[in-house]
Design a protein around this ligand. Structure first.
Ligand code: NAD
Ligand code: TYD
Length: 348
């Protein structure tokens, strides 16, 4: 197999590429990534000498970039993760989300359909999010049957791409698989997102900005467990099906930040309660989804997948990784999103 992994230099993509490269020495894994502010080759440093891994700098929105890569590497399958992924940035400016997440996904499928001609035997795997289902109240879970109800420009763009993926399956017979996952955490997570942002601010004794009252709930999953689930679905999942992936691990934001503070007080030799004094309630996110919670029973029952780590173990590992990899944090935060945005899209 020659598998094209789009977005492989990003957070989840780099964990997936590492898993595939190490687990399947007979596959060729082609990381295809345009290296936006969110993508970084440092995420794949340990694979520099892997004989079955290639990096290609390319944009999923560009017909030529995609076409050339498919042809040159004789791509047999695609796992698609490339996306603009940060909700707050989608509120600031939705256009890059429409361009990459919607147009880019359709361009990729169109080029794959044309290149493969005979579609059977080739998998197009689309990695999506639980945010397409909208916002839950106190009770209930998102299942594979939950109706779509996206509320942020990010989730609307992912929902649109999911619908196009279904359309390509039903209309053209593209052999698709799709999964919708809850919030991931772990190493190599861009410091704009809640957990790494809080870790860095605690370390540097900066304010910890909790949106609103901190009562919004997210269901957190260890990123390597997500990569394992994708591997399982890619190889064993039914064509045309979608699977929900989640951690059965719901946390209110404020409780999670408190937990990080107490882990870091201990690891940094601070007095208990010292870091929590940095917690600062700030203006809420516009349209802030209240609660996400995934029911991953289908994936568990059909393919035997379940999360491998407890949250306590995963959070400690994550904190330690950030403390040991401050050079990585400096590197990935050195480019400004504003500059990247201006270069790509002009002034807002
Ligand atoms: P990320 O922002 O860390 O990485 C995205 C990667 O895509 C980056 O390497 C970036 O350079 C690349 N990219 C962006 N635009 C591109 C383009 N036009 N052409 C080629 N490459 C491009 O994101 P992530 O958190 O790793 O998320 C990966 C995927 O998983 C996304 O599709 C996201 O919607 C989905 N997802 C994420 C989460 C989460 O908690 N992070 C949860 C569920 C699903
Ligand atoms: P985030 O990591 O941006 O993921 P998502 O919005 O995709 O769920 O945010 C997770 C939660 O944390 C979300 O409810 C918003 C909240 N949040 C804060 O309270 N403060 C912050 O600085 C950030 C980035 C997020």
């Amino acid at each position: 197999m020659n598998i094209l992994v789009t977005g492989g230099a990003g957070f989840i993509g780099s964990h997936l590429v590492r898993l595939l490269v190490n687990k399947y020495p007979n596959y060729r894994i082609v990381t295809f990534d345009s290296l936006t502010y969110a993508g970084n080759l440092a995420n794949l440093n340990d694979l520099k000498n892997a004989p079955n891994h290639v990096f290609v700098k390319g944009d999923i929105v560009s017909r030529d970039d995609v076409r050339n890569a498919l042809k040159h590497y004789e791509i047999t399958d695609i796992i698609h993760l490339a996306a603009e992924s940060h909700v707050d940035r989608s509120i600031e400016g939705p256009m890059p989300f429409v361009t990459t997440n919607v147009l880019g996904t359709v361009n990729l499928m169109e080029e794959a359909k044309n290149y493969w001609k005979e579609l059977s035997g080739h998998t197009f795997y689309h990695v999506s999010t639980d945010e397409v289902f909208g916002s839950l109240g106190k009770e209930g879970f998102f299942t594979e049957e939950t109706a779509y109800d996206p509320r942020s420009p990010y989730s609307a763009s992912k929902a649109a791409s999911d619908h196009f993926v279904s359309a390509y399956f039903h209309t053209y017979g593209l052999q698709i698989k799709r999964s919708n996952c809850s919030n991931n955490y772990g190493s190599h997570h861009h410091p704009e997102k809640l957990i790494p942002l809080m870790i860095n601010n605690i370390l540097n004794r900066k304010p910890l900005p909790v949106y609103g009252e901190g009562v919004n709930v997210r269901d957190w999953l260890w990123v390597e467990d997500h990569a394992q689930a994708i591997d399982r679905i890619f190889h064993e999942g039914k064509v045309g099906c979608n699977y929900n992936i989640g951690g059965w691990n719901e946390w209110r934001n404020i409780d999670l930040v408190q937990e990080l503070c107490s882990i870091m007080d201990e690891l940094l030799d601070r007095k208990p309660g010292e870091s929590a004094q940095l917690i600062t309630y700030v203006k809420d996110r516009a349209g802030h989804d209240h609660r996400y919670a995934i029911d991953a029973t289908k994936l568990h029952n059909e393919l035997g997948w379940k999360p491998s780590l407890t949250f306590e173990e995963g959070l400690r590992k994550t904190v330690k990784w950030y403390l040991d990899n401050q050079a990585w944090v400096t590197e990935v935060t050195s480019g400004s999103y504003r500059d990247y945005y201006k270069k790509m899209y002009g002034e807002n």
